[in-house]
Each structure stands twice: as structure tokens, then as C-alpha cells.
Design a protein around this ligand. Sequence first.
Ligand SMILES: Cc1cc2nc3c(=O)[nH]c(=O)nc-3n(C[C@H](O)[C@H](O)[C@H](O)COP(=O)(O)OP(=O)(O)OC[C@H]3O[C@@H](n4cnc5c(N)ncnc54)[C@H](O)[C@@H]3O)c2cc1C
Length: 386
Amino acid sequence: MKSTFNNYPEIREAVRALCAQFTDEYHRKIDEDKAYPEEFVDALTGAGWLAAMIPEEFGGSGLGLAEASVVMEEINRSGGNSGACHGQMYNMSTLLRNGSQAQKEFYLPKIASGEWRLQSMAVTEPTTGTDTTKIRTTAVKKGDRYVINGQKVWISRVQHSDWMILLARTTPLAEVKKKSEGMSIFMVNIKEAMQSGMVVQPIANMVNHETNELFFENLEIPEENLIGEEGKGFRYILDGLNAERTLIAAECIGDGYWFMDRATHYVKEREVFGRPIGQNQGVQFPLAESFIEIEAANLMRFRACELFDQGQACGAEANMAKYLAAKASWEAANHCLQFHGGFGFANEYDIERKFRETRLYQVAPISTNLILSYVAEHLLDLPRSF
Ligand SMILES: Cc1cc2nc3c(=O)[nH]c(=O)nc-3n(C[C@H](O)[C@H](O)[C@H](O)COP(=O)(O)OP(=O)(O)OC[C@H]3O[C@@H](n4cnc5c(N)ncnc54)[C@H](O)[C@@H]3O)c2cc1C
């Protein structure tokens, strides 16, 4: 398989070498045991990859989203799942772009060294779903503290992170001019919060993805944990979400190449009716189509990275990259499973695991329909539907 994208060769080679130490058997066992890949995440942290976007003055490598996305792509392309650790990358960018100098000095060096993990971001709520501006979790100022009450759902990696970024309403919806105003973001010390007002309830789910319901009852957090200005949190979180969508697009592209590698290898080897199944155009064409779609998604992913790294608006590109890449990886997953016949269902081939993992990206971190609705409204100027 010859991808036309071989940029950032040094990063690719180094991440590939690290990932090669973690075999298919390792990732399969972690999945079967519903465990967290501690050794894998520690190795990535130790090698500095999860601090790629932290500026050098704070102990990181000062790289951009493009480089960070190559790291995520290579993890997924190796057969691993960046879902265990990608939060660190995009949460970092939220802190980096909107935190005060004092906050950056406090958090970033410890995150870069691996002493602290910033893997969690709590936005989604059970009653409001994608309609984020209606969130009901509140943060009320009381002296030098904020008191948090409410509930979140699907909040990932909480049990494997030290800090979490929390979105909460600081001004009631009825009192703001625009519904996107009046929300703020806070750094929450997870272990402390679990002792004093935050309850974490794990959610068993289809993929091996550690995710949870969170319940807040009078959780008090110091005012210095507010990131940026009060009331502007939604804007800050959107910036982080663009980074997240672009990184997830890169992960889908990594998955897509993984499926293509496995599929093309297998269809050349497997002989039925006296010839390799890959000699049939009924097998070749869907694979060729998938490959074209992955390559095309890759263009949009690097366009989104370029804009983000230049500090320009990239909402449209990040959304479209995520849409194209998630679609391409899902198509590739289906073809890979199909052309493996029965063997695709055997755990030892890892296809069913990667198939489950890549399916998630049709729904999270943003559903395909919501991206289509964004494009219809913002790029096609069609009337807003909600
Ligand atoms: C494994 C996992 C991990 C996650 N991790 C995190 C996390 O760490 N932090 C976090 O904050 N969230 C997280 N999420 C939440 C995720 O971002 C949401 O599930 C996702 O954004 C969809 O929101 P929802 O589940 O509330 O779906 P809903 O908003 O209820 O929507 C359900 C479906 O309805 C359709 N739909 C909804 N509105 C419209 C519309 N206007 N037009 C057309 N169709 C529509 C879409 O197809 C959508 O998929 C995670 C989810 C999962 C499954």
C-alpha cells in the first residue's frame, strides 16, 4: 500500500518504533481484560510524545497540532487505540491557549514530565446531549471558591487522569444575551474532588474505553482554577474541540490505513476458487475506493492542522476532516471485515476490536449529523434548524 502522505518521517519512524514494542497480543489482552494500557501510555509519556504540544519553556517539545496528529495517527495505525491518551493533547491546547501565565507555569511542566495527567474533559450531560448551551451543571461563586452542582455523562479517562477540564454554567441561561455566553471552564483536581463532592460511576460500553457518569454535589473548587475569563468558557472549549476533532480525524486515518494494510495483505494470500480473492475486481474496487477516501480525508486533516497551528479559525475544516476520516475508516473497517470472511470475527485477527473502536467516531466526540448541520448552516448559509 503506497500512501501519498509520508510527511513528518522522523516523527513517524520514532512513534512506529515505540509502538512496535506493543504487539497485537498486548492490545488484544488489554481489550479482553477491559484494562487501561498503563505501560503503553507511560512509554508514550516517557518518550515525550504526549507533551508534543507543550512549549519548550514548560518542558514539552513545542510542536503543533500537525505533529501531534501524526503521533495519534501512528498509534492507531500500529493497532493501538489513541482513545486511551488523546485527551492529553487537546486538553493541553485549551489550557495553553486560554490559561494564565501562572496556570501554565503551575500545570504544564508537571504534565510534560508525566507527573500529572490531564486526560479528561467534562462537557456532555445526560439531559441536554449535544445541545451544550443548555447544560445544567452550575458553578456558583462563593467567596474565593466556586461551588459545583450537576451531572455529566460519558466523561472519559477520569480514573486515569489527575486533572479534568470542566464546563459549567456560571450565569443562568435566562440571564445571558447569547446562549453561548455565561459558561466557564475550570481545572478540577480529580482525586481531591472524589473526596469532596464528585462521585464517579463507570459506564460499561462496547469498546474498551474508560468512561463515566459524574455527579457533583456542592463540590468546591478554588477560584484560581477558573481558566480564562468567567463566562467565556464555551468559546475556549470550542477551540479545544477543533483540536480534538482534527486529532480524532488523524486517528481515524490511522485506523483506515491499518484496515487497508490488513485487508490488502489478506486478500493477496487467501485463495478461493483457485486464485487469490484480491484478484477479483469485486474485492479490489471497494478497497481502492476506501483508500482514495482515506487519502482525501488526510488532505482535509492537514488543512485543519495548518489553520489551527497558524491560530486561524478552523471550525469548518476540523469538522469536515472528522466527518471524512470517520466515514473513510468505517468503510475500510467494513471492507476489511467482509473480505476476511469468517476470520474477521475471530478475536485473534484484531479486526473486530478495531471495528468496534473506529465505529465510535461516528457518534463521538461529535455525531455525523451535527457536522452536517454545521456545514449546512455555516458553509451553505441554510436556515438554522435548532
Ligand atoms: C465512549 C464515549 C466517550 C465519550 N467521552 C466524552 C468525554 O470525555 N467528554 C465529554 O464531554 N463527552 C464524551 N462523550 C460524549 C459524546 O461527545 C456524545 O455522546 C456525543 O457528542 C453525542 O451526544 P449524545 O450522546 O448526547 O447524543 P444526542 O445529542 O442525544 O444525539 C443522539 C443522536 O441524535 C442525532 N441528532 C441529535 N441532534 C440532532 C439534530 N439537531 N439533527 C440531526 N440529528 C441529530 C445524532 O445522530 C446523534 O448521534 C463520549 C461518548 C462516548 C460514547
